[in-house]
Design a protein around this ligand. Structure first.
Ligand SMILES: *Cc1c(COP(=O)(O)O)cnc(C)c1O
Length: 354
């Protein structure tokens, strides 16, 4: 058995893989999901159910639209300011990591950006807590979970301005109040489904307020008006996301999976803190439940530990090159059994090397 701790694309439930494989062979009346038209009633039903499930699982209030787009979270870095940042206006951004700084870079192409705080000087090992957001900001943007560094927001900031959030790596992992946000976006490949799909949740009444000319494919209003089918959508990715959302609902939904995610994170952090060979890299109060980063006290131990982990079926734990060490990504589909397997390897390694 493999324990897949990869950061993304990442683990999905085995039953989702089986159902997806089946649909490649026969989705509907002998036709493959890969060959049907996106304009068929069967596929329209897929999109409608996927949208309904996103709304149900996240308790999305009325007045919001759910979109299935392409281009990844990275395209949203530009699309969000293009739709929300008027000429002469300024948007406020919080810089908490590589993804946040890429969002800032793209927004600067579109308009004025005010970076309210950054933890870059500490290699993004914590989330800044005190900063001022000018009341005339078009919006405030932050990244709810910093996939590379392993920090996560637990108290969302009160801002007084519309909030835009990149939730790529912790959406569907915990309950939160959607009504606090104007725009939420997430690349699907971390907790929603396979790569090739971006989920956007947008408050309808924040759109259409700038005079900016927006190309159709980059205009949320066009996608809303066309039910995410302005052009050919990523049919297979949406279908597999639907299968995964059904799986999540069958597990009891986001509140239930959140309990599991808390237990999983607790188990691994407890070992990182207990085991004298390992140490966490982030401020304790900001420790992510999705991406757990740690290093070894003795860097010479890292290669042999990685090798031992691989021998035990543990894959995907090598840290991002900008942090080093290790990163265990523990998305919804990763079972606590896999976390226990990692903890056990850490203990075996410590016994052999201390
Ligand atoms: C993975 C990730 C991205 C990049 O997503 P793409 O879909 O590859 O563009 C952006 N933000 C966060 C927080 C991520 O984890």
């Amino acid at each position: 058995m493999k324990h897949n701790f990869g950061a993304g694309p990442c683990i999905l439930p085995q039953e989702v893989f089986k159902q997806a494989a089946q649909a490649v062979l026969d989705f509907n009346d002998g036709l493959s999901i890969l060959e049907i038209s996106h304009r068929t009633t069967e596929f329209e039903a897929v999109v409608a159910e996927a949208e309904k499930l996103v709304k149900e699982l996240l308790n999305v209030p009325s007045g919001y639209s759910v979109l299935f787009l392409q281009g990844g979270a990275s395209l949203q870095f530009a699309m969000a300011p293009m739709n929300l940042l008027g000429e002469g206006q300024t948007a406020s951004y919080l810089d908490t990591g590589v993804w946040a700084s890429k969002a800032i870079k793209e927004a600067k192409v579109i308009g004025n950006v005010n970076v309210v705080a950054s933890s870059k000087e500490a290699n993004y090992t914590y989330i800044p807590k005190t900063y001022d957001i000018p009341a005339d900001s078009a919006y405030f943007h932050f990244t709810s979970n910093n996939t590379i560094y392993g920090t996560e927001f637990f108290d969302f900031p009160e801002t007084g301005v519309p909030i835009v959030c990149d939730m790529s790596s912790d959406i569907m992992s915990r309950s939160f109040d959607v009504s606090k946000f104007a725009l939420i976006y997430a690349g699907a490949q971390k907790n929603i489904g396979p790569a090739g799909l971006t989920v956007v949740i947008v408050k309808d009444d924040i759109l259409g307020k700038t005079d900016r000319k927006i190309p159709s494919m980059l205009d949320y209003k066009q996608h809303i008006a066309n039910g995410s089918m302005y052009n050919t959508p990523p049919v297979f990715s949406i279908y597999v996301a639907l299968l995964n959302l059904r799986w999540l609902r069958s597990k009891g939904g986001v509140a239930e999976i959140e309990k599991e995610n808390i237990a999983k994170a607790k188990a691994l952090y407890a070992e990182i803190d207990r085991n004298p060979l390992f140490k966490g890299t982030c401020a304790v109060e900001d420790r992510s439940r999705m991406n757990i980063t740690f290093v070894m006290e003795n860097p010479d131990h890292e290669k042999p530990f990685l090798k031992l982990a691989e021998e035990h079926g543990i894959i995907g734990i090598k840290g991002h090159r900008s942090v080093g060490g290790f990163r265990a990504s523990m998305y919804n589909a990763l079972s606590i059994t896999s976390v226990h397997a990692l903890v056990e390897v850490m203990q075996i390694f410590a016994e052999k090397n201390s």
